[in-house]
Design a binder for this molecule. Structure first.
Ligand SMILES: N[C@@H](CCC(=O)N[C@@H](CS)C(=O)NCC(=O)O)C(=O)O
Length: 219
């Protein structure tokens, strides 16, 4: 029997990088087995270096290969399975999708620090400061520009679902948790992401988790 790729992830409530890889694989229709290792739990220190050379999740094991870093995992799937259309076909538009994805990969540290992903919580108004406001404004601009210029033919940033949507999905959950409102275009885009059956499944699993990571809890 063919061995399915295995995706190692962290807690669904907290692990934003895991969500990116997991959602991309789900939306691409890739069959895979998921293995959750609770972040910083009793097994974490022993398991992390075995799961990933970086000691972080997500990691994908596929046919003897180990691929780590959320964006690299999604790039790998896009390369192996071009039929999944995880990047826009048009080279110019693909360059835009890659740009906003990389901007997410390397940026928005204020937002990530002060509004940690926490799906179970509802904390409107918390975590805001000048640097976070700047990140929110830039993300609002990305959502608006992508939807208006490239979003024809679908409800996602580049029309049909792409890696860019996977990269921003945890930001959308943060905006929900911390009550961040965008303009009408941004709010509609957030509804699209939150309404995905895959996202609802991830939320349901997060709700059932018992682990609490104090450093990711604002109160
Ligand atoms: N740049 C990495 C970030 C991965 C990352 O920081 N993962 C967190 C969970 S969301 C982790 O494994 N943290 C454990 C640690 O830092 O020891 C990626 O894109 O996958």
């Amino acid at each position: 029997m063919e061995q399915l790729p295995v995706l190692y992830i962290g807690n669904k409530n907290y692990s934003s990088w895991s969500l990116r890889a997991w959602l991309g694989l789900k939306m691409a229709g890739v069959a895979f087995e998921e293995k959750l290792v609770p972040l910083y739990g009793p097994d974490w220190a022993a398991k992390a270096p075995v799961i990933s050379p970086s000691g972080k999740v997500p990691t994908l094991f596929d046919g003897g290969k180990t691929i780590w870093e959320a964006l690299a995992i999604l790039e790998y799937i896009a390369d192996c399975r071009p039929d999944t259309m995880l990047w826009p076909l048009d080279i110019d538009i693909r360059a835009m999708a890659r740009s906003v994805s990389m901007e997410m990969h390397g940026g928005f540290s204020a937002l990530r620090t002060h509004m940690p992903m926490n799906l179970r919580k509802n904390l409107p108004g918390r975590g805001r400061n000048a640097a976070v406001e700047k990140d929110i404004a830039r993300i609002g601009e990305i959502f608006r520009t992508c939807r208006r210029q490239y979003g024809q033919g679908g409800d996602f940033l580049f029309g049909s679902f792409s890696i860019a949507d996977a990269m921003y999905a945890p930001v959308v959950t943060r905006f929900k948790t911390y009550g961040v409102e965008l303009d009408a275009v941004g709010n509609a885009y957030m509804e699209t992401i939150l309404g995905l059956p895959a996202m609802q499944g991830w939320y349901a699993d997060a709700k059932d988790e018992e682990w609490v990571i104090a450093a990711s809890e604002l109160d």
